[in-house]
Design a protein around this ligand. Sequence first.
Ligand code: GLY
Length: 354
Amino acid sequence: MSEILIIGGGIMGMAIALELRSQGAEVTILSRNFKEAATHAAAGMLAPQAEGIAPGPMLDLCLQSRAFYGGWCDRIEEITGAKTGYWGCGILAPVYTLPQNNSDYWLDRDSIHQFQPGLSDEVGGGYWYPEDGQVDNRALAQALWLAMQKVGVNVREGVEVHQIQHHRAKINCVETNRGTHTAQHYILATGAWSQELLPIPVYPKKGQMLSLRVPQNILASFPLHRVLFGSHIYIVPRQDGRIIIGATSEDVGFTPKNTARGIQSLLNETIRLYPQLKDFAIEELWWGYRPTTPDELPILGTSPYENLTLATGHHRNGILLAPITGLLITKLIGEGKLEPLLPHFHYSRFSDRV
Ligand code: GLY
């Protein structure tokens, strides 16, 4: 396989790097700031069903990736000895207002309160998705970073690509703060920042988050062992006693910082759904930028340049879609194999904007 340069050190770039390297490619990955990626801001839900993704290619992509997740994390843990926090804990989606039609996943009022103690009395029922789950995205990011070093990916942190140089339909090189880099093939995995390098419609959608800590004296008996996915909130209990809470969804560009309003809305919805959390200590507040496209679907596959592949715009589902993205992009570049799902995510659907 050829020599490949990946621009972007978030989960997508790392997943692709690992997969390509395991197929024998010489891979370099350029990361501007490892901690800046949406990867670190996420809650790590693996939630194709709880997110209510409509049947179609996107749901198929998400379900395939969810099916790979456990094995993918096992592989990363074997390579590194590091934990990823993968947990097939299921996701419970409680509702306050009863729907007109229920599905096979429906739990009525009595069943849901019996199944999950501690929910607000306002909860009138909900959906239980046992195959959804979570991964500790920060632990996974660290493990992937380590895995890349172990398998021999050339990892370059603190390298910012300023410009992609091309001649006609071919990329010649990328200009960075550390000089010029060349490769046979390039992959753009720069998430919310993609427009800085290429005119593709990927925009930041800010999400504010916070975490609580279960008090040590009740940790053993605290009964929340699954993700709660409410209508404006999700509550993700980690196995170490942290509880991740997210997220706002704001069109404010790259405006940094948490806001009083953002955190207030998260706390109100949290306490409404699971009242006991009101007394837990706040551990951390943070924010991040989802890479969002006009139809909220990722941009995957070939580009206007013959030696540039796109893997960006995963919106709310980047953590979930990392394994399948790594696999499909590797098959495309390594074997020239266009898996049937890929064309649905081609950039040309936005040809009036590119
Ligand atoms: N995946 C959940 C979110 O983007 O907030």
